[in-house]
Design a protein around this ligand. Structure first.
Ligand code: FE2
Length: 290
């Protein structure tokens, strides 16, 4: 397989042409994809009309797919359990209302976050397949958190160096008013503390590691001050020079690195169907402080 890598933004994001995700990768191509991924942080494979099974099989070439621990809101597919449903259409094809619990919870993804940071060993990366895409919004925006860390003003840098922030899955329900996780789901995913500056295990680079949807506390700070700090960091990070905005085409598959990027989706008309399936690569190690 010969692949071509075409950057889409100077900060992050590149298109990879010449891959057929339905076929197993040879070792050299897999390595080329990995190199492009580590360099560009978010890679786009255009025109990949894959099945969920093919999606999972492709993911496995880069790591073990996560099984989403929360089943109460039906965000995990009943058909292929490695698939997380980022959709406003249920598996019987019914358009759901924004007031429904799963949709409320998904609305949190409009705020900057990185997937599964509430796990003791947070996710390596995610692969999102656009099956029915939005034309009224639903743009997925990514930020290069290496660059954000490098450019942090001194006043912010002082507040994150050597510090940890808490990541709690239950924060989602408090934030957007979705039903809280069940006792069993809470017990499966207790809050965890991660360094706010982390070192990437592959590239060795340092990045800012925060999440406005899961961070409910910062070491040594009162709640209000902690919240303001996360908001201030978000505002600094969300500058166009650090950001790639992905406008979806049907059957784009995006693969991003959860260790050095954050992402957020823009709102769209809720009467428009949006069907996206995601796999998430489980983390292989705890977060290393930078
Ligand atoms: Fe996400």
């Amino acid at each position: 397989m010969t692949i071509t890598v075409v950057p889409r933004h100077p900060a992050l994001g590149a298109e990879i042409r010449g891959v057929d995700m339905r076929c197993p990768l040879d070792a050299a191509t897999r390595q080329e994809i990995l190199d492009a991924w580590m360099k560009h942080l978010v890679v786009v494979f255009p025109d990949q009309p894959i099945t969920d099974q093919e999606h999972v099989a492709f993911t496995r070439q880069f790591g073990e797919p996560e099984i989403f621990h929360q089943t109460s809101l039906h965000l995990r597919s009943d058909r292929v359990r490695e698939i997380f449903l980022v959709s406003n259409v249920d598996e019987d094809g019914r358009l759901m209302q924004p007031s429904e619990p799963s949709q409320k919870q998904l609305s949190s993804s409009r705020q900057w976050h990185t997937d599964s940071s509430y796990r003791p060993q947070p996710s390596v990366g995610s692969l999102l397949h656009g099956i029915e895409i939005s034309r009224t919004g639903g743009i997925t925006q990514f930020i290069n958190m290496y660059l954000v860390y490098d450019d942090l003003p001194e006043s912010l840098r002082r507040q994150v160096e050597g510090r940890k922030a808490r990541h709690d899955f239950s924060m989602l329900s408090r934030l957007v008013g979705s039903p809280p996780p069940t006792e069993q789901e809470k017990a499966a995913m207790p809050p965890v503390w991660h360094p706010m500056v982390r070192r990437h295990p592959v590239t060795g680079r340092k990045s800012l590691y925060i999440s406005s949807i899961y961070n409910d506390a910062v070491e040594g700070m009162a709640d209000g001050a902690a919240r303001r700090l996360i908001e201030e960091l978000d505002a600094f990070a969300a500058q166009p020079k650090y950001m790639y905005r992905h406008v979806w085409e049907p059957h784009d598959v995006l693969m991003w690195d959860n260790r050095c990027t954050v992402h957020a989706v823009t709102p769209h008309d809720p009467n428009e169907r949006r069907v996206m399936h995601r796999t998430t690569i489980v983390g292989s190690e705890p977060v290393t402080a930078g």
